[in-house]
Design a binder for this molecule. Structure first.
Ligand code: ADP
Ligand code: NG1
Ligand code: MG
Length: 459
């Protein structure tokens, strides 16, 4: 058996000039009266292509960012979790490690719940009668609520900090799966892309991530190309809205209806579109044709869906619908499933071009098609994000698309190294000039980025 791949431990010395880490250590000392015994560092990510298909069982192609979440920690003598954030907008929290509960207030989901997701995931997996608490301090520079996966960086950092504080080692694969599961405590029923890239990323390469079993294959961005990330200045906290789960529900319903109408015996359990495609033994282009043929309506009412499946509303709710989507009256199934199958095809074409050589124009074209599909079929873009994408294309980007869940947040654009600076200047002039207020001037709202490393423990 080969050795188990666990997050690397790197010496603190390497970070002595990192201002965010120095600030974090200072605040930890100030709050707890002692220095932390370790710090964990987990990156955000940008997804190059493959949006809203991880929870449908299809592969995705993200890369880690240099921006990250840091958590400093030290085990305590009792079972208390103390949590502070160096940013005063995030309020401190105190709880018991053996009885963590999630709560929301009128403003939506409180930030500490993401930390609790990671802690709870590890606590459940350790399955001990009692555990020591931990003093924790958080710092981060991943733009939040923007599709760069600040949420998962926080969840994964909390899980890694909890495991390390209890001297337990998990493989990167175990941590990825455990965190994908435990982030769902927040209420959104996402896939595993964000947690997988957080742990499995390697500097210099994007990753083609497949699920069941979880695998991450290196994909090199062809030389001479540059990746640009830019914020649309529209934000959405996914857990504070039912939009994300509505798409999850629509994909599940499309999946079971396709399975039932094509005569698959086990249709009730076929809630994942990739599983239906596999059971039907059809190619992605054929799955797209079948979708158009079988799900040929624009909108399905809940009653119509119950009738097709031969179930009552209670059954439909409990078997297929996330809690916050149960009051929805109508669902778009054909559009969502078509996006998923077509996007899965685009990921595979994008990977092949990167691996076997091909035109960079074609890579850009695939990204453009991805955005257009997310805007028109998946309806998860935002007018301001569409405007930014369009400005990037007009300014000579090879391709541009929304990245992450959408409904605002960031765009990822592909350009050449030569053209990157010109593209940034052009977007500042064409898109940002009227949007940038004094308070936003220093924010890194547009930046060029290279594939970064996965999670590490700093000691
Ligand atoms: P994203 O696309 O960034 O993952 P989500 O809507 O999934 O956006 O989650 C973002 C949430 O994560 C924020 O609203 C906040 O609660 C939490 N978060 C992100 N970064 C930080 C941070 N540095 N400190 C505290 N909480 C953070
Ligand atoms: P963001 O935008 O980072 O919250 C979400 C999901 C991913 C994936 C993308 C869309 C979580 C934790 N993340 O990402 O799994 O479905 O949207 O491709 O649910
Ligand atoms: Mg998120």
């Amino acid at each position: 058996m080969g050795s188990v791949d666990t997050p690397s431990v790197v010496p603190l010395d390497k970070y002595k000039n990192d201002p965010l880490l120095q600030n974090l250590v200072g605040k930890f000392n100030e709050s707890y009266g002692v220095p932390p015994t370790f710090i964990v560092c987990v990156p955000g990510r940008v997804n190059l292509i493959g949006e809203h298909i991880d929870y449908c069982g299809y592969s995705v192609l993200p890369m880690a960012l240099e921006q990250h979440i840091l958590i400093a920690g030290k085990a305590t003598d009792d079972s208390t979790i103390n949590l502070i954030n160096i940013n005063p907008k995030y309020a401190p929290f105190k709880g018991n490690i053996m009885s963590l509960s999630f709560n929301t207030n009128d403003d939506g989901v409180q930030w500490h719940n993401y930390v609790l997701c990671g802690i709870k995931g590890v606590v459940e997996s350790l399955n001990e009668q009692t555990l020591q608490g931990i003093n924790l301090a958080v710092a981060g520079n991943v733009l939040p609520n923007s599709g760069l996966s600040s949420s998962s960086a926080l969840v994964c950092a909390a899980a890694l900090a909890t495991a390390h504080a209890h001297k337990k080692t998990f493989s990167k694969q175990e941590l990825s799966s455990l965190c994908a599961q435990s982030e769902r405590y927040i209420g959104t029923e996402g896939g595993g892309m964000d947690q997988a890239i957080a742990f499995l990323a390697n500097k210099g390469c994007a990753k083609h991530i497949s699920f069941k079993p979880l695998r991450a294959e290196d994909v090199e961005i062809p030389s001479g190309l540059a990746i640009l990330v830019a914020h649309s200045f529209a934000e959405l906290n996914k857990a504070a809205s039912d939009q994300f789960n509505q798409r999850v529900a629509e994909c599940r319903l499309a999946s079971v209806i396709l399975a039932k109408k094509t005569g698959l015996q086990n249709w009730k359990d076929l809630t994942v579109l990739a599983d239906v495609q596999r059971e039907l033994k059809v190619s992605l282009p054929d799955a797209i044709l079948k979708t158009a043929e079988i799900l040929s309506k624009d909108v399905f009412t809940k009653e119509e869906i119950c009738e097709i499946l031969g179930v009552d509303t209670n059954d439909l709710d409990s078997s297929y619908l996330p809690v916050n989507t149960r009051s929805r009256k109508s669902f778009k199934l054909c559009q969502r499933a078509t996006h998923v199958f077509e996007e899965a095809l685009r990921v595979s074409q994008f990977k092949d071009i990167c691996k076997n050589g091909g035109s960079s124009k074609e890579l850009g074209h695939l990204m453009n098609l991805s955005h257009d599909s997310l805007r028109d079929l998946y309806e998860c873009s935002h007018p301001q994000l569409d405007e930014l994408v369009s400005a990037a294309r007009k300014s000579g980007a090879l391709g541009a698309r929304l990245t992450g869940a959408g409904w605002g947040g960031c765009m990822v654009a592909l350009t050449t190294e030569e053209h990157a600076e010109t593209l940034i200047s052009s977007l500042k002039e064409k898109f940002y000039s009227t949007l940038i207020t004094e308070d936003k001037r220093d924010e890194p709202f547009i930046f060029q980025t290279l594939p970064g490393n996965g999670a590490v423990i700093i000691q």
